[in-house]
Write a protein that binds this ligand. Structure first.
Ligand code: AR6
Length: 178
């Protein structure tokens, strides 16, 4: 576990399962249909129950880099913020900008809904193939920049799946703050 203060907020890195977090919202690594899938998306819908999918159906999809919100169904988290990271091709298809947008738009939505704590998975680094190290730098920088000027977000937690992912984020955060 790594924990740092950024102005009035806290940024945490933990190894674990996004579906088990007790933050106000957890973020889903969704696709543009918002109708479910594998990985984080599959785990959230299976742990949260059918109510989340029912709400997602009414949203009519979500473009890459944007975010939408539903309630949390049976999850501990009261809300799920569904965002769509980019599919990684060669790094020259605006992937970095789209990935940063996915984090930023998720946080903007959290602020608008007066949510104080948000847990993120490592967006785009599974089925979407984004190299973990590059993704970690973008994810952390985007979140740090946001909370610096948005103290209404008290806690952002990155929930990394497995020790390799955790270590990659830890190294990236140590670089970013030094
Ligand atoms: N908790 C935290 N992290 C997890 C969990 C979990 N329970 N399960 C996997 N990860 P992915 P993407 C990690 O594929 O790359 C879906 O089908 C995983 O190791 O979930 O954004 C959607 O419907 C990886 O590092 O999301 C989309 O079609 C990271 O979470 C597509 O996959 C993200 O992996 C989105 O792909």
């Amino acid at each position: 576990m790594m924990k740092i203060d950024i102005n009035k907020s806290v940024l945490e890195l933990v190894e674990g399962d996004i579906t088990r977090q007790d933050t106000d919202a957890i973020v889903n690594a969704a696709n543009t249909s918002l109708l479910g899938g594998g990985g984080v998306d599959g785990a959230i819908h299976s742990a949260g129950g059918p109510k989340i999918l029912e709400e997602c159906r009414k949203l009519g999809g979500c473009p890459t880099g944007e975010a939408r919100i539903t309630t949390g169904g049976n999850l501990k988290a009261r809300y799920v913020i569904h965002t769509v990271g980019p599919v990684y091709h060669d790094g020259k298809q605006h992937e970095a900008e789209l990935l940063a947008n996915a984090y930023k738009n998720s946080l903007i939505l959290a602020s608008h809904h007066k949510l104080r704590s948000v847990a993120f998975p490592s967006l785009s680094t599974g089925a979407y193939g984004y190299p973990m190290n590059e993704a970690a730098i973008i994810a952390l920088k985007t979140v740090v920049d946001y909370v610096k000027i948005h103290p209404e977000i008290h806690l952002v937690r990155f929930v990394l799946f497995g020790s390799k992912a955790y270590q990659t984020y830890e190294k990236a955060l140590q670089e970013l703050i030094k």
